[in-house]
Write a protein that binds this ligand. Structure first.
Ligand SMILES: Nc1ncnc2c1ncn2[C@@H]1O[C@H](COP(=O)(O)OS(=O)(=O)O)[C@@H](OP(=O)(O)O)[C@H]1O
Length: 513
C-alpha cells in the first residue's frame, strides 16, 4: 500500500481545513469557490506512480463514457432527499418528532423515507445536531441568502469520501450509507409550504390509503395526521401560518431529474373538508389553483364503514371512561370535536347497537339526517366544490378500485398532479391476512421513471423489500347488516348517485339493488 502524498497547493488556492486520508478542503483566493484537494498517490516508486496515473486516467475515461451513456439513455436515477436543515422557528418539536429535540439548526431526518433495513436508531447516531456555533452561523447565513444548505454539517468529517450534491446524484447507494461512509452529502434547502394538493374526503372512502400510496412517489410530501384547518373554526382562526407549520419541509425548484426542475408537492388530507360547507371557499381563498382529490366509495358500504368506526370509537370511549384505557388508535376523525357517542338522532329509544335501526326510521323511511347516511349523499356536498372550483381541478378517485387494484388508480392521480409516472404495481402487494394491498417502499436506487428497476435477484416477490400495511382501523370488520336493509338503501341511493354522476360527468356504476 502506498502512503498518501499531498502535492503543494497552486498559488491561487488557500487551505481551509484538512481531513485525514489526504482529503483537503481548499478555497480559491479571489473567489468564495471551495474545492476538494484530494490526492491519494503511492509514494514507493515512480513506475508504480505512473501506472496508477494511467489507471486513474482510464477509470476517469470509463466513468465519463458511462455518464454520457446514462445521459443519452435517460436512465438517470435520483433520490428523494431525506434530510432537511430547518430554521429554528420551524424546527420540529419533540412531540412532532419523537426521535429528536431540535432547539437549533438541525438536519431533520424523515426516517420513513429511508430504504428499509437500516434501523432508525442507528441512523440517528450518524446524524447529529449542529453544535458548533460557527457552523450554525454558516448555516444561518446560507439560509438567509437562500443558498443550498449542506446537510452534512451533522456528519462527522469525511475521511475517505467525496462531496456529493444530492441534486446531481445518479448513484444507487442509499443516502444513509453514502453519508455514513464518509461523504459529505449536500441537500438543497427545504421549507414548509402550504399544500398544493388536498385530499378533501370522503370519510371512509380510502383517504389514508390514497395518501400513503401517493407518498411513495419521490416528489410527494404528506402532512402528518389531519390538520382540520379549513373545517374547524378554531383552527382556521389561527391563520395560514399555523397551517403552514403543520406541513412537512419540501423542496422547490429541485433538480429532481437531469432535464426537469420539478417541485415537490405537499399533500394534506382531512376527510371532513368534503362535507363542511364553508371549506370550498376557504380553500379557494388560500389557493384558487390548488388540485383537489376526492375519493368516493359505494355509498351504502361507506355508510356501514362509517357506522363501524363510530361504534368502535363509542365502545373505546366507554371502556376509556371505566378503565382509562386509550382510545382506538385508528380514530382519524369523528364528526367535529364532539364527544364520541353514537349519534341517536333525537330518538333515545332506538338501539345504539344496530346499523339497521339507525339508518331506517320507525316509519320505514331512510334517516337522511343520520351522519353515515347524509355523508354518503355525495351530490349534496360536491355542489359547493363545483361552485368554487372548475371541474378539472377536482379528481374523483374510485375508492373501490383503489382498494382492489391500486396501481392504475395511482397512475391517474400522478397524471392529474402532473407528476412523472413513478408508482408501479411493484410498489403494492396483496396481503391475504389483511385483505388489502399493502405498500412497499422501493429502495431509491431501484426507482426509475415509469418502472421499478429491480435487480434480477429481486424479481421474486418474496425477495422484494418488506412492505407496510395500513393499521388495523383501516379494513375493519363490518357488522352484518340485514340484506333487506342493504337493498332498501341501495334503491334509496340510486337516484342520489345518478345526480352525483351527472354533476361530475362520471358514472361509478354503484349497484342500485
Ligand atoms: N390498502 C388499503 N388498506 C386498508 N384500507 C384500505 C385500503 N384501500 C382502501 N382502504 C379502505 O380505506 C377505508 C378507510 O378510509 P379512510 O382512510 O378514508 O378513513 S377515515 O375517514 O380517514 O377514517 C377502509 O374502510 P373499512 O374497510 O371500512 O375499514 C378500507 O376499506
Amino acid at each position: 500500500m502506498g502512503s498518501v502524498v499531498t502535492p503543494p497547493l497552486p498559488n491561487n488556492y488557500e487551505k481551509l481545513g484538512a481531513y485525514e486520508g489526504g482529503r483537503q478542503i481548499v478555497k480559491h483566493k479571489s473567489s468564495d469557490k471551495k474545492a476538494n484537494w484530494n490526492f491519494l498517490l503511492p509514494s514507493s516508486s515512480s513506475t508504480k506512480r505512473s501506472k496508477l496515473t494511467l489507471l486513474i486516467f482510464c477509470l476517469a475515461i470509463t466513468s465519463l463514457l458511462i455518464s454520457l451513456h446514462a445521459l443519452s439513455t435517460d436512465s438517470s436515477l435520483y433520490i428523494k432527499p431525506t434530510f432537511f436543515l430547518v430554521q429554528e422557528d420551524d424546527a420540529p418539536t419533540s412531540s412532532e418528532n419523537p426521535y429528536i429535540e431540535a432547539p437549533h439548526y438541525f438536519s431533520q431526518i424523515e426516517w420513513e423515507r429511508f430504504s428499509g433495513d437500516v434501523s432508525k436508531s442507528s441512523q440517528l447516531k450518524s446524524f447529529q445536531e449542529i453544535t458548533d456555533d460557527n457552523e450554525k452561523m454558516k448555516a444561518q447565513n446560507q439560509m438567509g441568502n437562500g443558498n443550498e444548505l449542506n446537510a452534512a454539517y451533522g456528519i462527522d468529517g469525511g475521511t475517505t469520501g467525496a462531496d456529493v450534491n444530492i441534486e446531481d446524484y445518479t448513484g444507487d447507494e442509499d443516502i444513509g450509507v453514502l453519508a455514513t461512509s464518509g461523504n459529505r452529502v449536500k441537500f438543497p434547502k427545504a421549507t414548509r409550504r402550504l399544500p398544493q394538493a388536498l385530499i378533501i374526503g370522503v370519510r371512509k372512502g380510502g383517504t389514508r390509503a390514497l395518501l400513503e400510496m401517493l407518498h411513495l412517489h419521490p416528489l410527494i410530501q404528506k402532512a402528518a395526521g389531519e390538520a382540520h384547518f379549513f373545517d374547524r373554526d378554531e383552527n382556521y382562526a389561527k391563520g395560514l401560518q399555523w397551517y403552514r407549520r403543520r406541513m412537512p419541509p419540501s423542496l422547490k425548484g429541485q433538480k429532481a431529474h437531469l432535464e426537469n426542475r420539478v417541485d415537490e408537492i405537499t399533500v394534506e388530507k382531512s376527510p371532513s373538508y368534503f362535507v363542511t360547507p364553508e371549506v370550498p371557499e376557504r380553500v379557494r381563498a388560500m389557493n384558487a389553483s390548488i388540485r383537489l382529490l376526492l375519493i368516493v366509495r359505494e355509498p351504502v358500504t361507506r355508510a356501514i364503514s362509517d357506522f363501524a368506526q363510530l361504534r368502535s370509537h363509542s365502545l373505546a370511549a366507554k371502556a376509556n371512561a371505566t378503565s382509562r384505557t386509550k382510545l382506538d388508535g385508528g380514530a382519524e376523525e369523528d364528526y367535529g370535536k364532539k364527544p364520541i357517542i353514537l349519534p341517536m338522532c333525537g330518538n333515545p329509544t332506538r338501539s345504539l347497537s344496530s346499523f339497521e335501526s339507525l339508518a331506517i326510521l320507525p316509519d320505514g323511511r331512510v334517516d337522511m339526517s343520520w351522519r353515515p347516511i347524509s355523508v354518503s349523499l355525495y351530490h349534496r356536498h360536491i355542489a359547493a366544490w363545483l361552485e368554487a372550483f372548475p371541474r378539472d381541478q377536482i379528481l374523483i378517485v374510485d375508492g373501490d378500485q383503489l382498494a382492489s387494484n391500486p396501481a392504475p388508480v395511482l397512475a391517474s392521480v400522478e397524471k392529474f398532479l402532473k407528476l412523472r409516472p413513478a408508482l408501479t404495481p411493484t410498489h403494492f402487494y396483496f396481503n391475504a391476512t389483511k385483505g388489502f394491498y399493502c405498500l412497499r417502499s422501493l429502495p431509491p436506487g431501484q426507482q426509475v421513471d415509469g418502472m421499478a428497476m429491480l435487480p434480477s435477484s429481486m424479481n421474486h416477490p418474496s425477495s422484494l423489500p418488506e412492505g407496510k400495511c395500513l393499521r388495523e382501523s383501516k379494513g375493519r370488520r363490518h357488522p352484518r347488516v340485514d340484506p333487506s336493509v342493504v337493498h332498501k338503501l341501495r334503491r334509496f341511493f340510486a337516484e342520489h348517485n345518478r345526480r352525483f354522476y351527472e354533476m361530475v360527468g362520471e358514472d361509478f356504476g354503484w349497484p342500485e339493488e
